[in-house]
Ligand binder design. Structure first.
Ligand SMILES: CC(C)(COP(=O)(O)OP(=O)(O)OC[C@H]1O[C@@H](n2cnc3c(N)ncnc32)[C@H](O)[C@@H]1O)[C@@H](O)C(=O)NCCC(=O)NCCS
Ligand SMILES: Nc1ncnc2c1ncn2[C@@H]1O[C@H](COP(=O)(O)OP(=O)(O)OP(=O)(O)O)[C@@H](O)[C@H]1O
Length: 289
């Protein structure tokens, strides 16, 4: 789906909301993802399943719809930031109600919520670069109504002195823009299947993200295992090659043994799929060679 100026607001808003939910569903089903819930099973999670992730994704469509509608052609200001914050927290409650209190998509609501708002703020066809930059502007604004919760993610960013979900958004989603989207398009161009290209995009994120999900569950050992393993998959030629797939299988075993799950990387893959689906990007330079 690409957004077009000639479409009505309601039609565009509905498409945007559906696209956000669809990217969550496609992320969850994509296999094989190391440590994460996928079509094969629950990964390193005891309280998550694919059915739960799917129910959660569907429960968020009204939240994405409200975010898009309220943000339509509005500028990034404190009023909008506070509204988006309130809608995001209401979305978290929808998710919790749909999952019986399990956190399936908290990080994803944050990343995709901001991107949905930003795409709507542009009101029509826009590039991924412009959408990510606008999402960053919104994320950098203060939300005074936000409750001061000391989350596991915040604890990990303080303990290890690393950026987390908040900073990733405030910096304009560098792991999406500089790593995942280029890798997705490169792998497609080199003949990988769509699933393989998406797994490669996930690997690209995992090579460098300070994923607070992994840090909270498996510390620095888990993080280094994730980053080095993901790099090895790409160096081996990616998941379209036999060697890449065997390195990926090894990484999956290592992540499971460490109880490590790259939930933050999964969120950013969903964000990548959303931008890839909605943004109007000119053909990247390397496709013209
Ligand atoms: C900023 C958020 C993510 C809270 O962050 P915090 O680190 O305190 O919480 P928490 O640990 O629960 O969530 C972090 C989640 O983000 C993901 N994540 C982890 N590391 C990273 C990373 N480096 N980069 C991106 N995402 C990451 C993971 O899925 C993780 O579970 C967000 O939930 C929030 O503030 N929401 C309030 C509502 C709001 O303003 N929404 C606006 C957009 S809708
Ligand atoms: N396919 C996926 N599998 C697992 N996690 C995912 C997936 N996609 C996204 N995530 C993200 O991972 C996070 C879930 O991680 P986790 O279960 O560690 O959270 P938690 O409830 O804070 O921790 P814990 O379960 O250890 O108490 C969610 O915020 C979600 O956005």
């Amino acid at each position: 789906m690409k957004l077009h100026p000639q479409k009505g607001v309601e039609e565009s808003v509905s498409e945007l909301a559906r696209a956000a939910t669809q990217s969550l569903l496609e992320e969850a089903r994509l296999s094989p993802k190391p440590g994460l819930v996928d079509s094969r099973g629950n990964g390193a999670h005891h309280d998550l399943s694919l059915a739960l992730m799917e129910r959660s994704a569907h429960s968020l469509t009204p939240t994405f719809h409200a975010l898009a509608l309220q943000s339509w052609e509005r500028p990034a200001d404190i009023a909008l930031r506070q509204l988006v914050g309130r809608l995001g927290r209401e979305g978290e409650q929808q998710m919790m109600a749909a999952t019986g209190g399990v956190n399936t998509h908290r990080g994803a609501i944050w990343a995709l919520g901001l991107l949905v708002s930003a795409a709507a703020m542009h009101g029509m066809a826009s590039s991924s670069k412009a959408i990510a930059a606008t999402a960053a502007q919104l994320a950098a604004l203060p939300d005074d109504a936000a409750p001061k919760i000391f989350s596991k993610g915040l604890r990990a960013t303080r303990r290890y002195h690393v950026p987390g979900a908040r900073e990733e958004a405030q910096q304009g989603f560098p792991h999406v823009m500089h790593l995942a989207l280029p890798q997705l398009r490169r792998s497609r161009q080199f003949g990988a299947s769509e699933s393989e290209a998406r797994i490669d995009a996930l690997m690209a994120i995992m090579t460098s993200l300070s994923d607070t999900c992994v840090l909270s569950r498996a510390g620095l050992t888990g993080l280094k295992t994730m980053q080095n393993g993901a790099r090895s998959v790409l160096v081996a030629g990616g998941s379209a090659t036999a060697e890449g797939r065997s390195v990926l299988a090894l990484l999956d075993q290592q992540m499971l043994a460490l109880n490590a799950s790259p939930g933050g990387a999964a969120d950013l893959l969903a964000a990548t799929l959303l931008l890839d689906g909605i943004a109007n990007d000119a053909a990247p330079l390397h496709t013209l060679i």
